[in-house]
Design a binder for this molecule. Structure first.
Ligand SMILES: Cc1cc2nc3c(=O)[nH]c(=O)nc-3n(C[C@H](O)[C@H](O)[C@H](O)COP(=O)(O)O)c2cc1C
Length: 170
């Protein structure tokens, strides 16, 4: 599968088969995140992989009760060990860098037949308690991952290019 196919095929997966993820596949997905670019190559991303069923159940509770989160065989908890660096453009670098790494991971997962879903609706404090994540660390996103129970393609509901792109000036 080439990158464009992975981009077209990736979709949010909210139903997973009861099948564990092979260690090599998990490692390949994490490696795709490790190789992502980051501001000044800061690489502030840190990932906690939750596979224990009880931990996943608690994470699902912390994700505003989105039970499907706990039904995935693994939940990637994407964190940042950050000093809160603000780039000269005024944007903080860590959420952008963590998101880039995670997006690499979603595409690598797609190539390997795995499904993912971004989870931004969660209680950071509760997630930290569940996983023993230190106070200084930020939890940026959760990402359940597993084999999709329905691997079919979906039509993407997206704005057309001529709405989102302007050439030369606004
Ligand atoms: C930053 C971010 C946070 C999201 N949070 C959630 C979430 O908490 N729960 C959920 O079910 N989907 C969540 N999504 C998934 C979006 O709803 C989904 O990506 C969007 O509807 C487009 O669908 P697609 O991923 O299938 O292309 C999130 C996506 C992003 C990028």
């Amino acid at each position: 599968m080439n990158v464009r196919d992975a981009i077209k095929t990736r979709k949010s997966v909210r139903k997973f088969l009861d099948k564990p993820i092979e260690d090599e596949k998990l490692k390949a997905v994490l490696e795709a995140g490790r190789l992502a670019p980051s501001a000044s190559n800061r690489q502030e991303w840190r990932f906690v992989i939750a596979r224990d069923p009880e931990t996943r159940r608690k994470l699902a509770e912390a994700a505003n009760g989105q039970t499907f989160v706990g039904k995935a065989p693994a939940v990637i908890v994407a964190c940042a060990e950050t000093d809160g660096h603000i780039m000269s453009c005024g944007q903080p670098s860590y959420p952008i860098d963590v998101a880039i790494a995670l997006d690499h991971m979603t595409l690598a997962a797609t190539e390997l037949g795995l499904g993912t879903c971004w989870i931004g609706a969660f209680d950071e404090r509760r997630v930290k308690e569940i996983l023993g994540i230190p106070e200084r660390i930020r939890v940026v996103e959760l990402m359940p991952m597993g084999y999709p129970s329905d691997p079919s393609l979906v039509r993407k509901n997206r704005l057309p290019l001529n709405t989102i792109v302007k050439y030369e000036h606004w």
